[in-house]
Design a protein around this ligand. Structure first.
Ligand code: OMP
Length: 277
């Protein structure tokens, strides 16, 4: 099934726009896991089992697995396999923010789509659409392009005012939004990353891109506001957002009740989102 269909179905089935970020950190997971053969995987498994009926997607960030070398990457693979075997309805987004010249991107896309078999990947747009073709050509997979990121320094380049081909001036992030939503999206498989920490920018992007899905990280630990995110980012059909939270859910408790508390936090977050839909 195409990523976009799987996503739409999960949103309906679980009545949820919440994506749980699977960013496990050996220093933060409960101490009991450290003796396990696959500690990150076992922790993820408990989180997935506790939340699979509350989410529209899972988003493992590759960094947390790569940090541990092949030991970590193996557990990323086990995590994706687990979701696809036991909770097949949940799409998996690999957060890797890849982007290089096209021949190198072949390697990155083989890793994500053939080896891991994820449904979507995050990408950075700096090298342009020509370079990203190895990802964009996968019409069944989601290509989620950084547009306005959630970090404090996001504006350093993204806010620079540039003149486009028609000699109109606008911030770089809006030009990215326009280009991705039109010329990059010939396979109808592109989405944008827009941080919840910048609701005004989110509103502007939604104005120029009324139909596209946005992946919105930054609620929870980074302080993004759920009401403003929904108010400024929802599409007319009350969908169009994948709102992601990692630490606030994964580490809702550091004790033995961590999975129960993660479920409570995920449910409260999903329900708060639905209040504003
Ligand atoms: P929490 O702050 O713990 O919810 O984690 C946020 C997750 O979203 C991390 O995996 C980040 O790498 C990712 N992220 C951002 O925080 N900001 C962005 O602008 C983009 C992403 C992302 O692409 O998901």
């Amino acid at each position: 099934m195409k990523f976009s269909q799987k996503l739409d179905q999960a949103i309906i089935d679980n009545n949820s726009l919440l994506c749980v970020g699977l960013d496990p950190d050996m220093d933060k997971i409960p101490a009991g896991f450290k003796a396990e053969e696959h500690p990150l995987f076992e922790f993820n498994k408990a989180i997935i089992d506790a939340t699979h009926d509350l989410v529209c997607a899972y988003k493992p960030n590759s960094a947390f697995y790569e940090a541990l070398g092949d030991f970590g990457v193996h557990q990323l693979k086990l995590t994706v396999e687990y979701i696809q075997t036991y909770h097949e309805h949940c799409p998996v987004i690999l957060d890797a923010k890849r982007g290089d010249i096209d021949s190198t991107n072949n390697g990155y896309s083989d890793f994500a789509f053939d080896y891991l078999n994820v449904d979507a990947i995050t990408l950075q747009p700096y090298l342009g659409s020509e370079a990203l073709q190895p990802f964009l050509n996968h019409s069944d997979k989601g290509c989620i392009i950084l547009c306005r990121t959630s970090n404090k320094g996001a504006g350093e380049f993204q806010d620079l005012v540039i003149a486009n081909e028609a000699k109109q001036s606008q911030p770089l992030y809006l030009e990215v939004a326009k280009q991705v939503s039109t010329s990059w999206n010939t396979n109808n498989n592109c989405m944008l990353v827009v941080g919840a920490t910048y609701p005004e920018e989110l509103k502007k992007i939604r104005e120029v891109v009324p139909d596209m899905f946005f992946l919105v990280p930054g609620i929870g630990t980074q302080g993004g506001d759920i009401e403003a995110t929904l108010g400024n980012g929802l599409r007319k059909d009350k969908s169009g957002l994948i709102i992601s939270s990692s630490r606030a859910i994964l580490y809702a408790s550091s004790d033995e009740d961590f999975a129960e508390k993660a479920r409570e936090k995920a449910m409260a977050t999903r329900d708060e989102m639905n209040k504003y839909r």
